[in-house]
Design a protein around this ligand. Structure first.
Ligand SMILES: C[S@@+](CC[C@H](N)C(=O)[O-])C[C@H]1O[C@@H](n2cnc3c(N)ncnc32)[C@H](O)[C@@H]1O
Length: 273
């Protein structure tokens, strides 16, 4: 294979080094994303070129861990894209209610805001008690924070707005207790959540699920990898199960474009045929 320029080759070698030494496979992430994160880490650490960075990654585990964290963008919110959560409540939950028990796989859950949003909706719709939510991410630090379910008061103000816009039926403050400048999510929301480290690139199908939700994760993958991960979701979903993607993500250009019908095209909610 020919490389357009030296930096492209250097990036390929760096990602190969990360994979061989640490087992994390970023070789099929979107090039633009990887390049941005490398340039950012180089600037922060005063490194002169990518080869120097590769050498640091191989020799210094603390530095390598920092870089691995850089590659995992954990930006998230509760009831992010409130229109999506409204649609989930109105269009997908009635479908889930037809099953005697429900398994939900929430992949790339970051620090948990999306998981608590899902738990709140399930509770308000009377479905929580017969549901298990499997919340997964490959970033253990983010998962640890998610498990704690502690968010700043400042953020909770914004989340309250999102909750109202998404069709929330109660007072948002029912779902947490305030502790100094923080909000602690209630134990009753955490009860049926199973937090697990799972890497979409190298690990297998996680569970048989009635709903798979993976939002704002595939945007960081190249087309081949998106296709591979879509296969994981397809294999995981039961027939008639629901797939939810992020607003900038779709099934076009994957092998699964015809495997689903639209439940709500705008909000990326699909049903497996
Ligand atoms: C931008 S956050 C999205 C969080 C949440 N889904 C949302 O939409 O608000 C992307 C998450 O995907 C996770 N992620 C990236 N690559 C992954 C992989 N290969 N396996 C599992 N999780 C991954 C990151 O660690 C990060 O927590």
């Amino acid at each position: 294979m020919k490389y357009k320029d030296t930096s492209e080759l250097e990036i390929t070698l760096l990602l190969e080094a990360v994979y061989r030494k640490y087992g994390y496979d970023f070789r099929h992430y979107s090039e633009a994303h990887i390049r941005r994160r490398i340039m950012n880490r180089m600037a922060l650490s005063g490194l002169k070129d990518i080869s120097q960075m590769q050498s640091m990654i191989l020799k210094d585990e603390t530095f390598a861990f920092k870089f691995l964290q850089d590659l995992s963008i954990t930006v998230t919110e509760m009831f992010r894209d409130s229109g999506f959560f409204k649609s989930l409540r109105e269009n997908a939950i009635p479908l889930l209610k037809t099953f005697p028990f429900v398994k939900i796989w929430l992949a790339g859950c970051s620090t948990g805001e999306e998981v608590y949003s899902m738990a709140i909706i399930l509770m308000e719709e009377g479905l929580y008690e017969r549901t298990t939510i499997y919340a997964t991410d490959f970033n253990q630090q983010a998962l640890n924070k998610a498990k704690e379910g502690i968010f700043s008061d400042e953020l909770m103000k914004k989340y309250n707005e999102n909750y109202q816009l998404s069709g929330g039926k109660k007072s948002f403050s029912n779902y947490y207790t305030s502790n100094y400048s923080h909000a602690v999510m209630t134990q009753s929301l955490k009860k049926n959540i199973v937090w697990t480290n799972h890497n979409l690139v190298i690990d297998n199908v996680f569970t048989q699920a009635h709903l798979v939700l993976c939002r704002n994760v595939l945007i960081y993958f190249n087309r081949d990898l998106q296709n591979k991960v879509q296969k994981l979701f397809f294999d995981s979903l039961i027939n008639g199960g629901v797939l939810c993607l992020g607003t900038k993500e779709c099934l076009h250009f994957t092998n699964f474009n015809n495997a689903y019908t639209d439940i709500d095209k705008k909000h990326r909610v699909f049903k497996k045929k």
